[in-house]
Design a protein around this ligand. Structure first.
Ligand SMILES: NC(=O)c1ccc[n+]([C@@H]2O[C@H](COP(=O)([O-])OP(=O)(O)OC[C@H]3O[C@@H](n4cnc5c(N)ncnc54)[C@H](OP(=O)(O)O)[C@@H]3O)[C@@H](O)[C@H]2O)c1
Length: 287
């Protein structure tokens, strides 16, 4: 039976792949977007849209009417438990049957990181609502490397505070693939999937993969936590987020984030993308 699926976060990194992959299998879905301007490029691809914002409950009432399933994703912030809570409450009223939520690896109500606590609060709201759920808890995204493309292009260098720590980074296309399975197949209710790549990689491995694909030597230059933290603040990042990311990066640098999960392969029947796959497919971003 076909379901009506509402895809939130549809203009973002993961959500755009969720839309693309749902469209490829002719699933019936609608993308929630915040403005007509954001709707236009999706509509041009033949994707249905509805205007809405997590902070505007009337817009959520409208968007959730007639929906069976939700792909739930937004930016994470101290406000996100309240904003995503709006959607969960209205989903319950509207009779939504299943929510597939993107959280993060290590999410827990007593996490020392705000990001971990905010996701856990929404997971609790969803559990308490009684709506069937699937939680996706991804590791750090390979696509975050695209933020480093300027120094890779201009200096053939990648700067990061990761020491030689090995990290189970995941390609967001694989997160989207698991989301699409959970949204369109039976049997994923009540599951929490931990999503990593196929192997733990260091920034030295990333630099090697970039060098091999780009045909020039790209060097990884480790920087201190303090320098990276100041860089985040200088770029305008809120202090709580710069603190959280610095703490998480310290965990990565200490080699405590290298565990690999079989969940993506178990759900989709194929191996996750490797760093070589990612760099090959996104080489145009680094050239
Ligand atoms: N980056 C990582 O390494 C990593 C690792 C693990 C987990 N995560 C989690 O992944 C999520 C981010 O995924 P992503 O990178 O795909 O997100 P993203 O690219 O930052 O996109 C965020 C999406 O949320 C939408 N949005 C933001 N505020 C909204 C609101 N008030 N109402 C409706 N929509 C709103 C945005 O719409 P607009 O286009 O209108 O702004 C956009 O579509 C976060 O929850 C994060 O904690 C990230």
């Amino acid at each position: 039976m076909k379901s009506n699926i509402l895809v939130t976060g549809a203009t973002g990194t993961i959500g755009s792949f969720v839309c693309e992959q749902l469209k490829n299998i002719n699933a019936d879905f609608t993308a929630l977007v915040r403005s007509e301007e954001k709707a236009a490029p999706l509509n041009q691809k033949g994707i249905k849209t509805v205007i809405g914002d997590f902070s505007d409950t009337a817009s959520l009432e409208n968007a959730l009417s007639g929906m069976d399933k939700i792909f739930l994703l937004s930016v994470t912030s101290p406000e996100s438990p309240k904003l995503q809570g709006n959607l969960v409450r209205i989903a319950k009223d509207k009779g939504v049957k299943h929510i597939v939520k993107v959280s993060a690896l290590g999410t827990s109500l007593d996490s020392k990181f705000g990001i971990g606590r905010y996701h856990a609060m929404t997971e609790k709201d969803i559990r308490d609502s009684g709506i069937a759920y699937t939680f996706l808890q991804p590791h750090s995204f390979m696509q975050n490397l695209i933020f480093e493309s300027a120094t890779i292009k201009e200096q053939s260098a990648i700067y990061a505070p990761m020491g030689d720590g090995k990290i189970g980074m995941v390609d967001v296309r694989d997160i989207a693939a698991v989301a699409v399975k959970a949204l369109t197949e039976e049997g994923h209710e009540g599951e929490t999937y931990i999503l990593t790549g196929p192997e733990a990689i260091s920034y030295y491995d990333i630099a090697s993969a970039l060098s091999a694909t780009l045909g020039k030597e790209v060097k990884y230059i480790p920087v201190s936590s303090e320098v990276a933290h100041q860089g985040m603040l200088d770029s305008g990042m809120p202090e709580w987020l710069a603190d959280d990311l610095t703490g998480l990066n310290q965990v990565f640098a200490a080699g405590k984030a290298g565990d690999i999960s079989p969940d993506m392969e178990n759900v989709t029947g194929r191996k996750p993308h490797s760093i070589k796959d990612f760099v090959n497919d996104f080489a145009y971003m680094f050239n």
